[in-house]
Write a protein of this length. Structure first.
Length: 140
């Protein structure tokens, strides 16, 4: 049995290995990105455009170090179908915008939390590395 090799994120594969992986990824991505709008009654072109814009924004944020494609989420299918049938497509789209706003708010809180925790840990680390504090602790 051949030994399996792990491809690193910064590794560039030869075209013979990269092409089949690219085609597989394209099929999985395209199917999900087009299928979700079709199942929910939305325009697949809008799904492709917004997932492309989201992917570009993501790649800019991570400085193109984590290759990824942001596609459609199957988690939204049931709510979109129910709201779309009972209240219309504009209400379903409004719900998507509201969900996006909630995601942004949660992400903002998370970033603030990470920043505060990082500053707190740095402050504690500086205190622990203070020579006077260490000697004072040993005397007691």
């Amino acid at each position: 049995m051949a030994e399996r090799r792990i491809v690193q994120t910064d590794e560039v594969l030869p075209i013979q290995q990269a092409f089949p992986l690219s085609v597989q990824h394209l099929m999985a991505m395209f199917g999900a990105t087009v299928l979700v709008p079709l199942l929910t009654g939305l325009d697949p072109g809008v799904g492709l455009m917004t997932s492309g814009i989201g992917t570009i924004i993501y790649l800019i944020c991570v400085r193109n170090k984590i290759p990824s494609y942001l596609g459609s989420s199957f988690a939204f299918i049931a709510p979109l179908v129910v709201v779309g049938q009972s209240m219309g497509i504009p209400a379903a789209l409004g719900g998507l915008v509201a969900a996006g706003a909630v995601y942004l708010i949660v992400a903002g809180f998370y970033l603030v939390l990470v920043f505060v925790m990082t500053q707190l840990l740095r402050a504690v680390e500086r205190k622990l590395q203070t020579p006077g504090l260490a000697m004072e602790h040993e005397i007691r």
